[in-house]
Ligand binder design. Structure first.
Ligand SMILES: Nc1nc2c(ncn2[C@@H]2O[C@H](COP(=O)(O)OP(=O)(O)OP(=O)(O)O)[C@@H](O)[C@H]2O)c(=O)[nH]1
Ligand SMILES: [Mg+2]
Length: 649
C-alpha cells in the first residue's frame, strides 16, 4: 500500500550504505597513510552531497484541480485529516514548500508579499531569515496544525497601485480589470512564499513537496517558472474530470510543463469520482474514465498510459478510514507506484554518475601511487641483485646512476614548479571570466539599462545583451579550462615518459551544463516576453521582476560553476602531485640502500629482505584497494527498482 514510502526508504538506505562504504575507504586510506588533504576534502564534499540530497515533487495546475488534496492523500493521510487547506475556489495563495530541516523547530516560515517591491528574489530571501515571519507548528495537535497551515490561504485587499508595484496587476488584461472593486482595490495573497518545516518521515529523508497556487495567474512568482518547477525531480500536472481540459489548463501546461520534457513529468486526471454514479454499471464508468483519459492524452499529445486517473478526495478518505476497496477504486495506488518508479531510479542514476566519476578518479589516483611504488621496489630489487658479489667500483657506478636519475628528476621538478605558476595564472584568468563579482556588476548595469530603455523596443536588446554576455563568459571560460587541461596533460605525458610514472590522462572540464542552464533560462524568458512588442508600465514592472529571477538564476549557475571549477583545478593536479611525492621517496630509498651497501656489503641480503617486505605490503594494499573498489561498485549499482515504466515524454 505504501509503495512510494517503501521505495523512498530503500533509496535512503542505499544512500546511507554508499556513504558508509565511502567512509570506510577514507578510513582505510588514512590507516595506510595514503590520505592527503585534497583527497580528504573531495571525499568530504561527496559525503556532504549524499547527505543533503533533496528530492522535490512539484504539484502544478490551474486553481481548484485538487493539488493540495492530492498531496494530503499521497503523503498526509496518516494524520487522519486534511493537513493542507483544500476547498472550492482559490485556496493555496502562495507557493508552499514542505520539507524538514532538523536543525530548525517545526514551523511555518512566511515571506511577506511586500518583499515583491524589492529586487531580491525568493531564492535570495532564503539567506535572510529575519525577513520571514515564523509561526510555530504544534505537530502534536491536528487542529493547531490546521490553523497554522491556513496562513497559506490568507489574502488581503490593497490599492491598485500597490498591486502594480508588486507586479501583481496587469492593466492590459481584461480579466484582471474585472477583479478591481469600486474602491479601486484588488485582492492579493498575504504571503509571497511559505516554507513548512514539518517532521514527517519522508520529509526527514530529504523529500521536498512543492504545492503551488493556481498558475495561470499573472503574479506567478518567476522563481517557480524559472527554477522551482523545472528543477523538480518530478512534476505532477493535474487536470480535473469535472472540468475537462480547459483553455487555461493548456496555458499552464504549455508554460510550465511541456517545455520541461524529460523524466518525471506525470499527468493526473483528478476527481474521477465525479463520474461515479449508483445508476451506471461499474464497467461503463470505467469506460467513461478511459475515454476521458484518452481525450486528455490527445489534447496534450501524450500516450494514454501517461495520464493517471484518480480521485484524490476518495483516496484520502479511504486511507483515513482504512477502506481498501475504496482506495483501489480511487486508483491512487497506481499513481503512487508510477511516481516512485519515475522519481527514485532517476535520482539514483544521477548519484551513481557522480559517485562513479568522483570515486573512480580518487581510486585511480591511489592505484597509480601504489603501482608506481611497486615499480620502484622492482627497480630496487634489480639494482640490489645486480650488486651481489660485485666490487665497490660497481657500487659507486650504481650510486652515480641513481644520483643522475635524481638530478634529472629535480630538473623536471623545476619545470613542474614553473608550470604550477603558469597554471595559477591561467586559473586566476579563468576566475575573472567566471567570477561572480563581474557578473554582479553586469546585472546592475542591465537593471539600469532596462529602466532607460523603457517604452522602447530597446528593452529586448538589453535582455538579450545580458544573455549574450553570460554565454560569452562561459564560452571563454571553456577555452581557458581547455587550455589548462592541455597544459596539465603535457606535463603528465612528460613525467610519464621521462620518469616512467603511471598516469592516466587528466579529465577535462566541461562547462556545457552551465551553458545549457543559461540557454534554458533564456528560452523561458523568450517564451514569456518574446512576443511582447510594446511594454506598458505594468509590463515593464513584470519584466523587471522577471529579470531579477533570471539574474539570480544565472548568478547561482555561475556560483556552482565556480565551485565545480575550483574542485576540478585541485583534482586535476592531485594525481601528479601524489606521484611526485612517491617518486621522490623512492629515489631517496634507493640511494640510501645502495649507499649502505657501499659501507658494509653484508647488509645487501638484509636490504633485499626489507624490499621484499615492502613489495608484499604494496601488493596487499593493491589487493585491499581492489576490494574497496569492488565493494563500492556493488553498492553503487544495486538496483532499487527493477520495474521500468515508460512515462517519459
Ligand atoms: N469530487 C472531488 N473533489 C475534489 C477532489 N480533489 C479535490 N477536490 C475538491 O476540489 C476543490 C479544490 O481542491 P484543492 O485541493 O483546494 O485544489 P488546488 O488545486 O489545491 O486549488 P488552489 O489551491 O486553489 O490552487 C476542493 O473543494 C476539493 O475538495 C476529488 O478527487 N474529487
Ligand atoms: Mg491548493
Amino acid at each position: 500500500m505504501h509503495s512510494l514510502v517503501e521505495k523512498f526508504q530503500e533509496y535512503s538506505t542505499w544512500r546511507f550504505e554508499l556513504t558508509r562504504a565511502i567512509g570506510r575507504y577514507r578510513d582505510w586510506l588514512q590507516a595506510a597513510q595514503l590520505l592527503d588533504r585534497d583527497v580528504e576534502a573531495r571525499v568530504a564534499r561527496l559525503i556532504g552531497q549524499l547527505a543533503d540530497d533533496r528530492l522535490t515533487i512539484a504539484f502544478v495546475a490551474e486553481f481548484s484541480r485538487g493539488k493540495s488534496e492530492l498531496i494530503n492523500a499521497i503523503f498526509f493521510a496518516d494524520y487522519g485529516k486534511r493537513i493542507l487547506p483544500s476547498s472550492a475556489g482559490r485556496t493555496t495563495m502562495c507557493p508552499t514548500e514542505l520539507m524538514y530541516d532538523e536543525t530548525l523547530p517545526p514551523s511555518i516560515r512566511l515571506l511577506p508579499i511586500e518583499t515583491r517591491a524589492q529586487h531580491a528574489t525568493t531564492a535570495d530571501y532564503r539567506a535572510l531569515p529575519d525577513e520571514w515571519q515564523v509561526f510555530a507548528l504544534d505537530t502534536g495537535s491536528g487542529d493547531g496544525m490546521l490553523d497554522a497551515f491556513r496562513q497559506v490561504s490568507l489574502t488581503k485587499r490593497v490599492p491598485l497601485e500597490e498591486a502594480q508595484r508588486y507586479g501583481l496587476y496587469d492593466g492590459d488584461d481584461p480579466d484582471q480589470q474585472m477583479l478591481v472593486d469600486e474602491a479601486g482595490t484588488i485582492e492579493i495573497s498575504m504571503w509571497r512564499h511559505a516554507i513548512v518545516n514539518f517532521p514527517h518521515p519522508l520529509l526527514a529523508q530529504g523529500l521536498v513537496i512543492l504545492d503551488t497556487p493556481g498558475l495561470n495567474a499573472i503574479g506567478t512568482e518567476p522563481e517557480l517558472t524559472l527554477n522551482l518547477i523545472p528543477n523538480a525531480h518530478a512534476v505532477l500536472f493535474i487536470l480535473a474530470a469535472d472540468t475537462g481540459v480547459t483553455k487555461t489548463d493548456i496555458e499552464v501546461w504549455r508554460q510550465h510543463i511541456s517545455k520541461a520534457r524529460g523524466r518525471g513529468r506525470i499527468v493526473v486526471l483528478n476527481k474521477i469520482d465525479s463520474l461515479w454514479d449508483d445508476l451506471t454499471p461499474g464497467d461503463e464508468i470505467d469506460r467513461m474514465i478511459e475515454r476521458q483519459v484518452e481525450s486528455c492524452a490527445k489534447t496534450l499529445e501524450l500516450d494514454a498510459a501517461q495520464v493517471f486517473p484518480v480521485s484524490a478526495q476518495k483516496g484520502l478518505s479511504a486511507k483515513v478510514h482504512d477502506d481498501h476497496a475504496l482506495l483501489l477504486k480511487s486508483r491512487l495506488p497506481a499513481l503512487e507506484r508510477a511516481l516512485s518508479i519515475e522519481l527514485i531510479p532517476h535520482k539514483q542514476e544521477i548519484f551513481q554518475d557522480i559517485v562513479d566519476r568522483e570515486m573512480g578518479t580518487l581510486i585511480d589516483g591511489t592505484r597509480g601511487v601504489l603501482q608506481s611504488r611497486a615499480a620502484g621496489y622492482q627497480r630496487q630489487v634489480a639494482e640490489l641483485r645486480a650488486l651481489r658479489g660485485k666490487n665497490t667500483s660497481v657500487v659507486t657506478h650504481m650510486v652515480s646512476r641513481v644520483r643522475a636519475e635524481k638530478t634529472a628528476f629535480d630538473r623536471s621538478l623545476i619545470a613542474f614548479q614553473a608550470l604550477r605558476s603558469v597554471f595559477g595564472k591561467a586559473a586566476s584568468e579563468l576566475f575573472v571570466e567566471l567570477g561572480v563579482t563581474p557578473l554582479r556588476d553586469e546585472i546592475r548595469a542591465t537593471r539600469e539599462r532596462m529602466v532607460r530603455s523603457w517604452f522602447s523596443t530597446g528593452l529586448r536588446g538589453v535582455m538579450e545583451g545580458f544573455f549574450d554576455s553570460a554565454r560569452a563568459r562561459l564560452a571563454r571560460s571553456q577555452s581557458k579550462t581547455d587550455e589548462i587541461a592541455g597544459m596539465v596533460s603535457g606535463m603528465y605525458r612528460k613525467f610519464a615518459s621521462d620518469h616512467g610514472m603511471m598516469l592516466a590522462a587528466p579529465m577535462k572540464f566541461s562547462l556545457s551544463r552551465y551553458q545549457n542552464e543559461v540557454i534554458r533560462v533564456e528560452d523561458v524568458y523568450h517564451d514569456r516576453f518574446g512576443l511582447v512588442v510594446i511594454f506598458s508600465n505594468d509590463q515593464l514592472v513584470l519584466t523587471q521582476k522577471f529579470f531579477e529571477s533570471i539574474a539570480s538564476r544565472v548568478r547561482e549557475t555561475f556560483e556552482t560553476a565556480n565551485r565545480d571549477v575550483e574542485a576540478w583545478l585541485k583534482a586535476v593536479m592531485a594525481p601528479l602531485e601524489g606521484q611526485i611525492r612517491e617518486h621522490q621517496s623512492q629515489l631517496r630509498r634507493r640511494l640510501d640502500s645502495i649507499k649502505h651497501i657501499q659501507d658494509t656489503s653484508e647488509t645487501l641480503e638484509e636490504r633485499l629482505g626489507e624490499v621484499g617486505t615492502g613489495e608484499a605490503e604494496v601488493a596487499a594494499l593493491l589487493a585491499a584497494l581492489h576490494d574497496h573498489d569492488d565493494a563500492l561498485r556493488t553498492i553503487l549499482h544495486a538496483r532499487i527498482d527493477a520495474e521500468q515504466a515508460s512515462l517519459i515524454f
